[in-house]
Design a protein around this ligand. Sequence first.
Ligand code: PYC
Length: 358
Amino acid sequence: MLISSIHNVVNGGGLWQIKNFNTYFWEDSAAGTAEMLSHTISSAMSSFSSIQVIDSHTAGEPTRVVIDGGPDLGNGALTERLTCFREQYDFFRSGVVNEPRGSDVVVGAVLLEPFDQTCEAAVIYFNNVGYLGMCGHGTIGLVRTLEHMGRIGPGEHRIETPSGVVTTTLHASGQVTVENVPAYRLHKDVSLDVPGCGVVTGDVAWGGNWFFLASIPGLSLAFANVRELSQCAQAIKTALAGDGITGTSGGEIDHIELFGAAEATEADSRNFVLCPGNAYDRSPCGTGTSAKMACLYADGHLSAGRVWRQEGILGTYFDGSVSVKDGQVIPSITGEAYVTGETKLFFAEKDPFRWGIS
Ligand code: PYC
């Protein structure tokens, strides 16, 4: 998309391609040949020399919040600002979370002024390949980050996300509860023929992101199996796309949640969640736990208010529950996050990996 915005300015009818976000290539569509042209790095790119971030982890899953020096996305509705981010500043996303400054596992968050004035802050989440509508572990990390910055204390704080407003509670203990956007199951018992895994049957549900949730008999959710679990989840994602199975309005099902019996006796279930860029979630995944609870509620296996302890692949857990408002299932998840660093990131003009390795 960045391509098309540059395309609009300088293109005379061909196709611009971008590589490593530093060099543009011009392909003459008529001649079908590619001729490389170097261009001055756009003014948007050259405006970033350093930014301030705060890093945290939530149940093992990292979050990097950009607190100063982020892109100017305007002050419109958050969905408009997300479009602006995606179309004009995607290089920034990559530079912040991808290697060499980050890794495939890092979820980034840019802290913004809220459009909805009842909110403490607005946030757009992103990862190694794109953007997330909502992020449960990220919101828990964000709340601890805002506390670390001295912006909030214990109590309720509303946060605006592209998927909707979520209400968070920072407890005196340091734990954070996130009352998520409404969650629901779209399809039950969808069967897929998955190469290498056989027939897999699962549900499609929304928990702030789209999930396919299944249990794979014979594949244990042991930490030692993350490679096999990742391969199986990737094959499921490919099968979903191949069969044209999507969320509502064609939304890509980009999170795969495998679940099974918990290892800890006090937990109700264990999961493994593959995120859009193929990194697995180190935490039990807040939006994934929300989607799971929506399915349990729909099946009559979870009543409103009952605590559902979701264990993740590292053995850390979130405590979840649902309430029902206006016929909608509202999931809440509670977890812990720790601030791990305050960092200034530099983006030197001559750095060949100024905008990340992607
Ligand atoms: O906690 O919702 C979550 C999440 C989504 C992707 C990574 N973590």
